[in-house]
Design a protein around this ligand. Structure first.
Ligand code: MG
Length: 509
């Protein structure tokens, strides 16, 4: 077992599994690809340019061409890794998407489709649809996916996740539309109720409540009629959560028909009806920089940050540990000669540490082992939420990792239109290749400083700022590898960055 784990650890680097990276049929799988490997559609690269972008020696930084425009003048830049995998395993997608009322039966199709309005200049017309067909909603969508063990899952998610979101939003479309037209109110009725009928339902409930007052014979007490208040934004949060779940389920379903390699993290921003929703499953990160101040918009999900959830699962379902791992954590590997001695340990109930007497059971390999970027679940993977990875096993074993991984995102909400934003107030979304080497404060200083020196009317300034950030994280090639400021090691990972000006959100209806 120890040899196996050592061997497994040796095969992983930078928090991500190496090998099997190209998205081609490297795994020996004869199934066709669901989608071919590509770079983000909005970059508009030719096949030649895509091949040139994969040069691990020069690591060219790709940016949005001046002729291309993303909604809100969003800036974007990316660079490939330093040789960790043959191709860039990060993927990105940015669109303005339309949610239309579902026609026909109420059962959603298994292959969702959405009408999109890609690359609208500044995303005009966002919000309620044009009056010509006033039964839809538009939302802005920015997504980053960081693949591992192949680019298959990241490519598939970058092409399909927004369609799953559309399908989920269709379920609550009328309620959301009504919320945009009416003052805030509590929800509780079925989607499809008109504003008038909602008021009627509320009144009826109130009357029922009155009828159920103490002393009314034969009427249940009022408490049986009370309903939990559900905020409108919770419906969008729920739609995002279920979209991630459905995306993961589709990958699992279709991996028997297509070669969908590996897994990926997912970081998604959605602007809908005046609010910005940030959904994160993985170790990418988003921050808002407002008047130079940093507002974190995501938290990373790693073996360390999710230790207690993982340990609890191992405790509750020990068969998932394959009789080879222990759910307990120790400060170091326990040796056989230490059986019977006292050692510090942590269980799922604990943030602190305590002593226990070592038993044979404790000699098993820890479920979570390593620190920081080197921390791994079952000596295999360094990220604990994302999509895909259904076939991922502990090296040379039949122990599946997937039960320990969650596809559920954490969703944070930023009431964008409640704030005034200047031209230099931005949302920065980056894959871990950026944040591994630059802190929030360094990114904030770099972006704020860069934008201050740009022409405020130049809409390409956000792409130039993204390029500058990627350059700062990649560094320059010196004798001993890629170096950034203060002779620190540059990021050898794929790096992808959006810089999204928030000012444009204030201009939406
Ligand atoms: Mg990465």
């Amino acid at each position: 077992m120890l040899t196996r784990v050592k061997s497994a650890v040796a095969n992983f680097m930078g928090g991500i599994m190496a090998g099997g990276s190209s998205g081609e049929n490297v795994s020996g799988c004869d199934l066709p690809l669901k989608f071919p490997y590509m770079r983000p559609e909005f970059l508009g690269l030719s096949q030649d340019e895509i091949e040139c972008s994969a040069d691990h020696i020069s690591r060219p930084i790709l940016i949005l061409k001046e002729t291309k425009r993303l909604p809100w003048a969003t800036g974007y830049a990316e660079v490939i890794n330093a040789g960790k995998s043959a191709l860039n395993e990060d993927q990105a997608c940015c669109e303005v998407v339309e949610v239309k009322k579902r026609t026909g039966g109420s059962t959603p199709s298994r292959t969702p489709t959405a009408k999109r309005r890609s690359s609208l200049p500044n995303g005009e017309g966002v919000g309620l649809r044009d009056s010509a067909d006033a039964d839809g909603l538009l939302f802005h969508y920015w997504a980053l996916f960081d693949g591992h063990a192949g680019s298959g899952a990241a490519v598939v998610a970058s092409r399909l996740l927004q369609h799953h979101l559309v399908e989920q939003l269709q379920e609550v479309l009328e309620v959301l539309r009504n919320s945009a037209l009416l003052p805030p109110t509590c929800l509780g009725e079925e989607p499809g109720a008109t504003p008038g009928s909602h008021r009627a339902l509320t009144r009826a409930a109130s009357l029922r409540g009155a009828a159920g007052a103490p002393g009314s014979p034969g009427t249940p007490p009022t408490r049986f009629f009370t309903e939990k208040k559900v905020e409108h934004e919770s419906l969008v949060v729920g739609a995002l959560e279920n979209a991630f779940k459905e995306m993961d389920a589709q990958i699992e379903r279709e991996k028997s028909v297509y070669n969908i390699s590996g897994g990926c993290t997912a970081l998604v921003a959605v602007f809908l009806l005046g609010k910005l929703y940030m959904a994160n499953a993985g170790d990418s990160r988003a921050i808002i920089i407002r008047s130079g101040e940093v507002i974190p918009m995501s938290t990373e999900f790693t073996p360390e940050s999710e230790r207690q959830r993982l340990q609890f699962l191992g405790y509750m379902q020990p068969h998932l540990l394959g009789n080879e791992f222990t759910h307990l954590e120790f400060p170091r590997r326990v040796q056989r000669k230490e059986v019977g001695k006292r050692m510090l340990y942590r269980d799922f109930t604990m943030n602190g540490w305590a002593y226990k007497t070592i038993e044979d059971e404790d000699l098993k390999f820890p479920l979570i082992y390593g620190e920081g970027k080197k921390a791994r679940v079952m000596a295999t993977i360094g990220v604990t939420r994302g999509l895909g990875d259904h076939d991922l096993k502990v090296h040379d074993s039949n122990i599946y990792i997937k039960p320990f991984l969650s596809c559920c995102p954490e969703v944070k909400v930023y009431p964008l239109t409640q704030y005034e934003h200047g031209a230099d107030d931005v949302l920065v979304m980056g894959s871990d290749g950026l944040w591994d080497v630059l802190s929030n404060e360094e990114v904030s200083e770099a972006v704020t400083g860069f934008l201050a020196n740009c022409d405020p009317d130049d809409l390409h300034r956000y792409t130039m700022a993204a390029q500058d950030l990627v350059m700062r994280a990649r560094g320059v090639l010196k004798d001993r590898g890629w170096r950034i400021s203060n002779d620190r090691l540059g990021s050898g990972d794929d790096i992808s960055v959006y810089i999204i000006p928030l000012l444009h959100g204030n201009r939406q209806p």
